[in-house]
Write a protein that binds this ligand. Sequence first.
Ligand SMILES: Nc1nc2c(ncn2[C@@H]2O[C@H](COP(=O)(O)OP(=O)(O)OP(=O)(O)O)[C@@H](O)[C@H]2O)c(=O)[nH]1
Ligand SMILES: [Mg+2]
Length: 313
Amino acid sequence: MKDIVSKVIRGDSRAIARLITLAENNDPVAAEAMKRIHPYTGKAHVIGVTGVLGSGKSTLIYELTRWYRRQGKKVGVIAIDPTSPFSGGALLGDRIRMSELAGDDGVFIRSMGTRGMLGGLASAVYDVVEILDASGKDVVMVETVGVGQAEVDVIKIADTTLVVVVPGLGDSIQTLKAGMMEIADIFVVNKADREGVDQTVAEVENLVDITSMDNDRKTPVLKTVARDGSGVKELVDEIEKHKKYLKLTKEFEKQRRLRYEAELVEIIRKRLMKLIFDESTFKEKIENLLDKISKKEIDPHSAAEEILSKILK
Ligand SMILES: Nc1nc2c(ncn2[C@@H]2O[C@H](COP(=O)(O)OP(=O)(O)OP(=O)(O)O)[C@@H](O)[C@H]2O)c(=O)[nH]1
Ligand SMILES: [Mg+2]
């Protein structure tokens, strides 16, 4: 265990992959390793990339990764649920394996399923971010498809959140209205080679104007063509500017605190669920209580209190 931790800190990709697998499997070894990893974390800039299916998130992350590598920065990528059957986009991992980044030890990419509750982020994501951070990655990007709870959760993890939209919005504008406005630190109108891009930019800017009237920072709206890399340098600059803004306004620490809060709650939730539903003593107790609830001998609220009192004593 000592070995895996020191290897991760040295940036050893195989050790990183192994520890991530242990964390995903809720292996007790991972929990112990994570305790020792924490002091080495906090340096990576965590960037969330979310947006509708097939909007070009993976392609954009690939291009961003190339830029960061040229700047000598090390990059970690976590792609959540990338196996969407809808977009037909190539997986980021495949793209990287076939590219100049293949065999580059300064890049680590990992795909994860959404196994979280109610379609939220898989709880191991917090661990994976910490592992990549401790392994010396300067930038950690987290890709989530803009459906369900996952993209809302991503802001709890990310310092900077990119929301990717495409021309000919329709659906996407609805998504924006339904809460994406608040989570975007930077809007990216990708596929700017397509018709209608200027109208889409105008629409998004209009929404930004309405929703950020009282904010001291106006959410920038950028155009990119991820497929050929245009606009990506400007995006890199804008991401850096946002980081500086966070540091200047002390928002950085505030947001990190929120991330730790979400992580702490998640760890406690996971442990409690395991305690209640995996331990055989409780299983029996729950079965008994369910019988009683069915027979109206007890109500669900009192039954819950009974279980909790056993844990809390
Ligand atoms: N025309 C055009 N196509 C693009 C651009 N960027 C990406 N694409 C294409 O759009 C498709 C989807 O790209 P991905 O990068 O896989 O999109 P994604 O958002 O990661 O997709 P999911 O993860 O499945 O939601 C692919 O065929 C890309 O080649 C662009 O700037 N212009
Ligand atoms: Mg993708």
